[in-house]
Design a protein around this ligand. Structure first.
Ligand SMILES: Nc1ncnc2c1ncn2[C@@H]1O[C@H](COP(=O)(O)OP(=O)(O)OP(=O)(O)O)[C@@H](O)[C@H]1O
Ligand SMILES: [Mg+2]
Length: 508
């Protein structure tokens, strides 16, 4: 007897519809799964056998062959348990093959026969929808996430027994009904109004947020670098539905959508510890998982104490910083993960931290400082558009009770500037100035004559690379956008150049 049904697997952050074919023939009892299954899929044999028996069905004592098509694609994860079990039930006459072939099944099975949630349900659902499948069965814990795909009927039975009764029409279940999305865009309460003084740093952060620029903060201990960085997502514009869907897909694949949540609406803020490995940063592993660069897609990747990160971990950032994605090659497949994030880095100017402090003297030797700074390579620094010094606060600044500007008020300016950028870059689908190509920089960063001569001076004096030159123009464009100015003028260029003087902040 033969039966066919459908399941799904995850490739990178996208889903792939899988056809599950089951053939039952006379012979020595066995269950073989072919079609490049990984370890979790191979283990599904034992789960499926136990689940079928414990749910009160008969496990055929015959030779069973399961083929997962397309056969040349590696199948990951435990989500194929359910379609394999139903394929066996249909091929052995315990379920109508027609109803079985009309649905897609995505769930792991417990030995008892319960449906268990799996990661990556949203991307797999989107793939099913694209393939024209409109009836999907998932575990109850995945129900709310599955509804995000929209325009498909989702059923979420508790057990295999309940599902078979539904499919046979004996006890039909109703499809899940989308509730009101109650997830809010509010962040967890960190606000710029709590930061006293630091006007230059705040201005630089506003510019960075407005144009999506990378930023490096250098300053003595306790000057507020970490405090400032943690508040950056509170001034970033809210995500569009497409951006939110992408972020939710990534969280789903990474198994981080806890507690049956809906669409992720707040921009990610990732702050990996400096003991992270290169694979943890970029993604990969034997079962490929997105790394920190992908988890911070559409949000902020914050590297605190930058020189403490191993050099090879910092070097792997170069590709995603340039391309906005990472490619992970495996023996049987290569995946592309999105990785378009704003890099925010913080560091002390030297190991003791007080090199730039006018009140305290630095106790480091020149070679200590050189060793400390050397970890950050020139090419990485070249990819950071804004470098600022965050000085220690004066007593009067710290104790001032003057109200400082709130995140909401800064965000309204950032949003206005982003709107101008989106409109200007709409033909290429880019969201902000930081992502402009060289051609776009040439086209959109028209300078006034005085600004042009200022730029020429800076090029020679600062020994700028071609990339550094473009990056100053992009920052100047953002500063002009914050003022809604059409042309980039000398004051915009002058401010952008000021933010590029890492050499003065860090003594090389
Ligand atoms: N501008 C400020 N306004 C109000 N409080 C501040 C400010 N700067 C620092 N603080 C206080 O000092 C604490 C330490 O700041 P933070 O951890 O951000 O310093 P840091 O620059 O990251 O230091 P380190 O280099 O040691 O990591 C903050 O939690 C906050 O309470
Ligand atoms: Mg800190």
């Amino acid at each position: 007897m033969y039966a066919q049904t459908y399941g799904s697997t995850v490739l990178g952050i996208n889903g792939q519809l899988i056809t599950v074919e089951v053939d039952i023939a006379n012979g020595i009892p066995a269950l073989d799964i072919v079609g490049l299954p990984d370890t979790a899929v191979k283990e599904s044999r034992e789960r499926v056998r136990a689940a079928i028996k414990n749910a009160g069905f008969e496990f055929p004592a015959k030779r069973i062959t399961v083929n997962l098509a397309p056969a040349d694609l590696r199948k990951d994860g435990s989500g194929l348990d359910l379609p394999i079990a139903l394929g066996i039930l249909a091929a052995s006459g315990q379920l109508s093959p027609d109803v079985c072939a009309a649905c897609v099944f995505i769930a792991e099975l417990s030995l008892e026969g319960r449906l268990r949630p799996v990661p990556g349900v949203l991307p797999t659902l989107l793939a099913c929808k694209a393939a024209g499948k409109d009836k999907i069965i998932v575990a109850p814990e995945n129900g709310r996430e599955a509804l995000l795909a929209g325009e498909v009927s989702i059923y979420a039975p508790e057990t295999l027994g309940e599902l078979v009764l539904h499919l046979n029409g004996e006890r039909p279940l109703g499809p899940l009904i989308p509730g009101i999305d109650t997830t809010s865009t509010e962040t967890d309460g960190d606000d710029f109004s709590e930061v006293q003084g630091q006007f230059i740093a705040k201005r630089a952060i506003e510019i960075a947020a407005a144009g999506g620029h990378n930023i490096l903060m250098v300053g003595p201990p306790g000057s507020g670098k970490t405090m400032l960085a943690r508040r950056i997502t509170s001034i970033l514009p809210s995500m569009s539905r497409e951006e939110a869907l992408e972020v939710t897909k990534i969280s789903s694949v990474a198994g981080q959508l806890k507690g049956n949540t809906g669409l992720v609406r707040s921009r990610p803020f990732r702050h990996p510890h400096h003991t992270i490995s290169a694979a943890g940063m970029i993604g990969g592993g034997s079962i490929p998982r997105p790394g920190e660069v992908t988890l911070s897609h559409n949000g902020v990747l914050f590297l605190d104490e930058l020189p403490e990160f191993p050099r090879q971990v910092l070097e792997v950032l170069r590709q995603p910083l340039e391309d906005g994605h990472v490619t992970i090659a495996r023996a049987n497949a290569s995946f592309q993960y999105p990785a378009s994030f704003m890099l925010v880095a913080a560091m002390n100017p030297c190991p003791c931290g007080y090199l730039t402090d006018p009140q305290r003297s630095c106790t480091c030797t020149q070679s200590d400082i050189r060793r400390y700074i050397k970890k950050i390579s020139g090419p990485l620094l070249d990819r950071i558009d804004i470098h600022i010094h965050v000085p220690r606060l004066q007593y009067s600044e710290l104790t001032a009770h003057a109200p400082t500007e709130s995140s909401a008020s800064i965000r309204s300016r950032v949003e206005a500037a982003r709107l101008i950028q989106r409109e200007r870059l709409k033909s290429s689908g880019k969201m902000c100035n930081a992502h402009m190509s060289h051609k776009e920089v040439k086209k959109f960063c028209q300078l006034s004559p005085v600004a042009r001569s200022l730029m020429q001076d800076a090029f020679h004096k600062m020994n700028l690379s071609a990339r550094g030159f473009d990056r100053i123009l992009k920052v100047a464009r953002t500063i002009a956008d914050l003022e809604a100015a059409a042309t980039v003028c000398e004051n915009h260029i002058a401010e952008a150049i000021q933010f590029r003087s890492a050499e003065e902040i860090i003594s090389w």
